[in-house]
Design a protein around this ligand. Structure first.
Ligand code: PLP
Length: 406
């Protein structure tokens, strides 16, 4: 993984004399030069509208955009027309909330989520419940942050119309058994949405095998630019689901008072789409498939987690969060608190030393409240992080705990 670092200009910047240590990959990853070049090349030589104009450049750009869609489809083993480009995970979830749930749910129907969710997979469902009279129910977690699935059949019932769960928690790193959840949802004829924002960048996902109804993730957490995300909609829902935005690009025919829609994916992509971002996304996926083996990546990230957990466990003031045994096996992030120090002060101190980490509730306030926490600090890893960077972090935390600065 060390040689990859040459491709990432961001990582070679220095704070004082030391290279930056970037441990905020669950928020967004750095971009390799190949992705930056692909976007610059697109704007320099290929920039044109897609799907409408007939001149050569526009036809080429349409091809580039559709190649990106096909590449994403291949990445999760979907059909190209099941891939809708959005601006990110959040927009993808909101699309399902407006285009499917708000039109479909009735009072007394239930939406099931978990106590682990990111606000993006929680607030849209609160809004759906407000609009339709449906009820939001939760799969609870243990104090360690794993789902309690013993009485799943009492939570996912005939009233359930949608189950929406994160594949991997962005706050604790918990891996969720989505195959079991999808099966439980389908057993009562409910649909299932998987928030793969924290899993798609780190592990292989096969929608043809898992059969979720919706699966969502973003490009920017996996080396691609911001402003592009994926909404996978299983083919059987393409007719039932309404468009969620209206305008050019998604219509078949428009009369003065009524309009009809194109088929998916165009039906769900109104307006000029994120073309340069799609080109960058394809470059990121090409980069990952050339340089990163996902099994090796998972082993590497788990090794970084294990090293950090072992190092921090010997510091009395540190309280580690999450399912530590699982994180040592397949995690990509570690969250913790330090007695007597506010998480923001810890992250500020580390940032001054060139170690970039996130502090707060990571857009999962109900989870923080469930764990009795105001805030914690999170180190999250990707393919370019190194064991020696973990050593430096441990040394800084030891220093912080032995001579309290605050
Ligand atoms: C689990 C999870 N879901 C949803 C999101 C929202 O992603 P975005 O802000 O890119 O739309 C994130 C981002 O951190 C996440 O970690």
């Amino acid at each position: 993984m060390k040689q990859l670092r040459n491709d990432f200009p961001f990582l070679h910047q220095r704070v004082d004399t030391k290279e930056i240590i970037y441990f905020d990959n669950s928020a967004t990853t750095q971009k390799p030069q190949q992705v930056i070049d692909a976007i610059a090349h697109y704007y320099s030589y290929d920039n044109a509208p897609i799907h409408r104009s007939v001149y050569a450049a526009a036809e080429k750009t349409t091809q580039l955009y559709e190649q990106a869609r096909a590449r994403v489809a291949q990445f999760i083993n979907a059909k190209p027309h099941e891939i809708i480009f959005t601006k990110g995970t959040t927009e993808s979830i909101n699309a399902v909330a407006t285009a499917w749930a708000t039109h479909t749910l009735k009072p007394d129907d239930e939406i099931v989520i978990t106590e682990l969710e990111h606000h993006s997979n929680l607030v849209p469902w609160q809004q759906v419940c407000k609009a339709t009279g449906a009820k939001l129910t939760y799969i609870p977690i243990t104090d360690e942050g794993t789902l309690i699935l013993d009485n799943l059949h009492e939570i996912i019932t005939n009233k359930t119309k949608l189950v929406a769960v994160s594949h991997v928690s962005n706050a604790l790193g918990t891996h969720v058994d989505i195959a079991r959840i999808i099966e439980a949802a389908h057993a009562v004829n409910a649909l299932c949405l998987i928030d793969a924002a924290q899993s798609a960048p780190h592990q292989t996902i096969d929608v043809a095998r898992l059969k979720p109804d919706f699966l969502v993730f973003g490009g920017h957490k996996m080396l691609a630019p911001t402003g592009i995300g994926v909404l996978y909609i299983a083919e059987h829902l393409h007719e039932i689901m309404q468009p969620y935005q209206f305008g050019g690009g998604m219509v078949f025919e428009v009369d003065k008072y009524v309009s009809t829609w194109l088929k998916a994916p165009q039906k769900f992509e109104a307006g000029t789409p994120p073309i340069a971002q799609a080109v960058g996304f394809k470059a990121a996926l090409d980069y990952l498939s050339t340089h990163v083996d996902f099994d090796e990546l998972q082993r590497h990230e788990a090794q970084l987690c294990a090293h950090l957990i072992d190092g921090l466990q010997s510091i009395a003031q540190v309280r580690l969060l999450g399912p530590l045994t699982q994180l040592k096996k397949n995690g990509h992030l570690v969250s913790f608190t330090i007695d007597g120090l506010h998480a923001h002060d810890v992250a500020t101190y580390l940032g001054q030393q060139g170690v970039y980490m996130r502090a707060g509730h990571y857009c999962a306030q109900p989870l923080a409240k469930r764990l009795g926490l105001e805030a914690s600090v999170r180190a999250s890893f990707y393919c370019y992080n190194l064991l020696e960077e973990i050593d430096q972090l441990i040394i800084l935390i030891e220093k912080l705990c032995s001579v309290p600065l605050f």
